[in-house]
Design a protein around this ligand. Structure first.
Ligand code: ARG
Length: 588
């Protein structure tokens, strides 16, 4: 049978083994097909590991098989004919090894080159998702933790979007709460004419925050005024709302600078947005009998936690948890999202676990956490400085994100100038490359580690052109592009007229890795682990190097085929860069 490649190679192989198992297994035995990519150096490309397990199920039941290898033989024999398969054989205690047909592999890659890499996009069981990420707090510092959230969240959103999921990229900014009372009162004091206050007049909003906090702590009169201001703000007094809006706007302008640099798109729906719905949502939870009175506050007791989740404070006000419960309600019911993903530091894990549990108790979510509608907390570790402590800069304990990005860019520009690129390129080219490399380095250094581990922020390391860095990968891509350019061939023409052959082991290994792109994205996406994609990308460039260091491309008899292989590698690399939010470079 002709097998049209849908993108996910592992799944295609699984389908074949599924069909075989249905014939091999006696009626009524339920087995889950176990297929895994074979490790390098093993005889097959994929292996089916069902024989041993199956044997232990059927051996007592008068089976005709004489042990696991015989079960393996049957699995292999019953495999439906497919042009995907070169050979299928059994090894050891019953491992069934499948070798893919190189011809089929070539054809699938050729097809991708013509139809585009979007034909390899994974399909996920959800139509709409919310990614809640970045989410800094108004008037407070946007710290490196928010940078991590921004970078990780953007990548997850990109992977979901590539998988044809409609994604709401939500900036759940902290724009509501008691601190606004003191900020507004302080604003009135410093700038009686609130209308005309500008960003420059206030200067640094964080300093403004600190000063108002000092006053709040030291001056009882001010404190009282501030507390009254909260009530007026929350009651909707237009003058207070206006002052609040002004403060938010100034913060927003600051945040926007970072997003613009990182080319990250976000739609702000801050905590304040959910305020009008909170009372109803809490009312619903109350009517379901979830809420109890405890020390004047209203709380939800949850099994497995030694503290209850507070949803109404003793002064009657709402808090972080009440807002998050309401936002979840809104996202499920108003926005009809099927998957809601929250990206914050692991420190907030307990908060998420608690309100997720409360939502399950209320019947908003299924009991099993992998069934949809589904919620996930995507936690991440700390960013550390070289001293192994929480990352800070010399001058202050606040790391200004904008400065960090500027420095990455400046450093990568310097490196390019040292290599004489300022004489080869236009100033725009130099600037754009420096930016792509600098920002790409910051993003990649963050994404390549398992997000739960802490990582050390080190410019020298992330900007090195050796090892697993964005610089190395971007250069590798640019080199491939330059080989294609140097060949003088029209690659689009080659795609239409020439064939790709994977005759040599290095060509085949590279081709196989290319075909594993979709299953990798799907894995990274389903498990919310961007490092899986980084790992794939690094492997890809290593496999390309193994190929290129042995085989001549330009001027060889296989030139056309190898140029197509170069192009396919570049296409997949670019898609990886795109998913990681990194701008590719074409010249180096
Ligand atoms: N503003 C919070 C912080 O800076 C993050 C909000 C995360 N999103 C959420 N829905 N709780 O820590």
């Amino acid at each position: 049978a002709s097998q049209e490649f849908t993108g996910n190679l592992k799944r295609e192989v699984e389908k074949l083994f599924d069909a075989s198992l249905r014939i091999t297994v006696p009626d009524g035995t339920s087995v889950e097909t176990e297929v895994a990519a074979s490790l390098p150096g093993k005889p097959g490309d994929y292996q089916c590991n069902n024989a041993m397990g199956l044997w232990s199920i059927i051996k007592g039941k008068g089976t005709q098989f004489r042990g696991p290898p015989a079960v393996g033989q049957a699995i292999s024999k019953n495999l439906p004919a497919s042009e995907m398969v070169e050979t299928c054989s059994v090894a050891g205690p019953g491992f069934v090894n499948l070798v893919l047909s190189s011809k089929w592999m070539s054809k699938s890659i050729e097809k991708m080159l013509i139809d585009g890499i979007d034909t390899w996009a994974p399909t996920l069981p959800v139509k709409r998702a919310v990614v809640d990420f970045s989410s800094p707090n108004i008037a407070k510092e946007m710290h490196v933790g928010h940078l991590r959230s921004t970078i990780i969240g953007d990548t997850l959103a990109r992977m979901l979007e590539y998988s044809k999921v409609e994604v709401f990229r939500r900036n759940h900014v902290g724009d509501w709460g008691t601190q606004f009372g003191m900020l507004i009162e302080y604003l009135f004091e410093k700038f009686p004419d609130t209308e005309s206050v500008t960003e420059t007049a206030i200067g640094d909003l964080q300093t403004f925050y600190k000063k108002s906090k000092t006053k709040f702590d030291e001056d009882p009169d001010f404190k009282e005024k501030a507390q009254k201001a909260v009530v007026r703000l929350q009651g909707g007094d237009p003058i207070y709302r206006k002052a609040w809006a002004k403060i938010c706007e100034i913060s927003r302008t600051e945040f926007a600078k970072v997003y613009q640099r990182l080319k990250v798109e976000l739609e702000e729906k801050g905590e304040s947005f959910y305020n009008p719905y909170i009372a109803n949502v809490i009312g619903e939870l109350d009517s379901k009998g979830l809420i109890e009175e405890s020390e004047g506050a209203r709380v939800i007791f949850l099994e497995g936690f030694n503290i209850p989740l507070m949803v109404v404070k003793s002064d009657g006000g709402f808090n972080y948890a009440s807002t998050d419960l309401t936002a979840l309600w809104y996202r499920l019911n108003e926005e009809k999202a099927e998957w809601i993903v929250y990206v914050t530091d692991v420190g907030q894990q307990q908060h998420f676990n608690m309100f997720f549990k409360a939502a399950r108790k209320a019947g908003w979510l299924p009991d099993s956490d992998k069934t949809y509608p589904r919620v996930d907390h995507v936690g991440f570790g700390l960013v550390l400085g070289d001293d192994g402590k929480r990352f800070r800069t010399r001058s202050s304990d606040v790391v200004r994100l904008v400065d960090l990005l500027d420095e990455a860019k400046t450093r990568s520009k310097t490196a390019l100038i040292e290599r004489g690129k300022d004489k080869e390129w236009t100033p725009e080219e130099l600037d754009q490359t420096a930016e792509a490399v600098g920002y790409g380095a910051v993003k990649y250094a963050d994404l390549k580690n398992n997000r739960l581990t802490n990582y050390t922020f080190n410019f020298d390391q992330m900007l090195s052109d050796k090892g697993n860095t964005a610089v190395y990968l971007l250069y590798a891509h640019a080199r491939i592009c330059s080989i294609i350019r140097k060949s003088g061939k029209d690659i689009d023409e080659l795609k239409k007229t020439e064939k790709l052959a994977l005759d040599h082991p290095e060509e085949r290994a590279l081709g196989l890795h290319l075909l594993r792109f979709a299953e990798t994205v799907e894995e990274a996406c389903s498990n919310l682990l961007p490092n899986v994609l980084c790992h794939y990308l690094y492997d890809l460039s290593e496999r390309y190097t193994s190929f290129y260091s042995i085989h001549q491309v330009i001027g060889s008899p296989e030139e056309a085929s190898r140029l197509l292989l170069c192009e396919a590698t570049a296409v997949v690399m670019r898609k990886c860069f795109h998913l990681l939010g990194i701008t590719p470079v074409y010249k180096i």
